[in-house]
Design a protein around this ligand. Structure first.
Ligand SMILES: Nc1ncnc2c1ncn2[C@@H]1O[C@H](COP(=O)(O)OP(=O)(O)OP(=O)(O)O)[C@@H](O)[C@H]1O
Ligand SMILES: [Mg+2]
Length: 355
């Protein structure tokens, strides 16, 4: 039967049944922030029964530290006249916390709505305990950090082996080839062969060195971030013919995982400049500003529409964001067609972090 055909009592009991069957906690408060409605899911979420909370201030359901500011939030929301607002990780991104009867706290998502009644405004909150989701996200982030570290170690090991074993053997072979060339006693065909071998050995040695360095520059592990970024900027200029200005705090020393993250973000941004920007100049800045490491890669090239949908095969910028986020950092991309591009990452590394 349509709701509108029910009498008041029937409508009220239907509504109560509906509220009690909801999976989410639903709580209504009056203008004085006293609880006037509290469903079954709210009882399960907070551990208080409806009888215990009806008429009580809403503040009993929130941790002490949020109580003072909350009234202002509600008044501001009332003044906006906006009917619904989503809060929490699934809404404005700020984690909200609830307080259970046993004193434990939990993160939650909430949406708040307001309606004007004959007795003043009534605010309703629909909220969900997101402890499991937050925990799953933390587990995933921990796993991703571990996986990234393992991948870097593996790259470092392979790079070192290529450099120390293969490049050294090739160099020894080159020495032998030089000896042969000098002892062939003027046999022209054999001398030609030896010269060909020498040329091939030179390119092979150069390739092995380049592959090893692209995998993971040993300079990063051996000498640290600043020389590694200098090396990166220099090879970028040489390979692509784009000038690269470097503005880096020489005294900056970062430990893992920060050094690798900064290095990889700069590297991916420069690869993008080479691939997409057709720039004349790139500019790399790395500095510590207060408790944050700020790194910026700017170019004066083609730019792109940063708000446009991502190409499905493009993973560079996503990976770059991911790296920063794993360290609680953020990435900002400013670009527009014809305006060049600026990729900026801010990663909190408190002064106390061993550097
Ligand atoms: N510096 C830049 N100048 C111009 N366009 C850029 C720049 N950086 C990124 N873009 C644009 O943004 C898109 C996404 O970049 P992203 O690094 O995510 O992917 P990709 O470089 O295309 O592929 P890959 O997964 O190999 O990195 C690029 O395809 C390009 O159109
Ligand atoms: Mg890319």
């Amino acid at each position: 039967m349509p709701f509108s055909l029910l009498n008041d009592a029937e409508a009220a009991s239907s509504l109560a049944a509906l509220l009690d069957s909801a999976m989410d906690a639903i709580i209504s408060i009056d203008e004085a922030e006293h609880i006037v409605m509290y469903n079954r899911a709210a009882e399960q979420t907070f551990g208080w029964s409806a009888a215990q909370v009806m008429g009580q201030p809403l503040s009993m359901l929130m941790p002490e530290r949020f109580r003072r500011g909350h009234g202002d939030h509600v008044r501001r929301f009332a003044a906006t006249g906006v009917t619904t607002r989503r809060k929490g990780q699934g809404g404005d991104g700020v984690t909200l916390w609830g307080l259970r009867a046993d004193g434990s706290e939990f993160p939650m998502d909430a949406s708040i709505s307001q309606i004007a009644t004959g007795h003043g405004k009534v605010f309703s909150v629909i909220l969900r305990d997101v402890t499991e989701r937050v925990r799953a996200r933390q587990d995933l982030a921990r796993f991703a950090t571990e996986a990234a570290a393992v991948r870097e170690q593996e790259k470092s090991r392979v790079a070192r082996e290529l450099h120390d074993e293969l490049a050294q053997s090739l160099t020894a072979l080159k020495m032998d080839a030089i000896w042969l060339r000098d002892h062939l006693g003027g046999h022209p065909a054999a001398t030609d062969k030896a010269l060909g071998m020498l040329r091939m050995l030179d390119t092979s040695i150069a390739s092995v060195r380049r592959i090893a360095a692209d995998l993971r520059p040993l300079i990063l592990d051996d000498l640290g971030l600043v020389p590694a970024i200098e090396w990166l900027a220099q090879t970028f200029s040489q390979r692509h013919g784009v000038a690269c200005e470097l503005d880096i705090d020489e005294s900056l020393e970062l430990q893992e995982p920060y050094a690798t993250a900064v290095f990889r973000i700069v590297q991916e941004s420069l690869v993008n400049v080479a691939k997409h920007a057709q720039a004349r100049t790139a500019r790399v800045r790395v500095a510590r500003e207060g408790g944050e490491i700020v790194l910026e890669v700017r170019d004066d090239g083609a730019g792109f529409d940063a708000a446009a949908a991502r190409k499905p095969q493009s993973l560079g910028l996503i990976g770059l964001r991911e790296r920063a986020q794993l360290l609680e950092g953020t990435v900002r991309i400013d670009s527009a067609p014809g305006q060049g591009t600026c990729v900026q990452a801010r990663i909190p590394a408190p002064e106390g972090t061993p550097t």
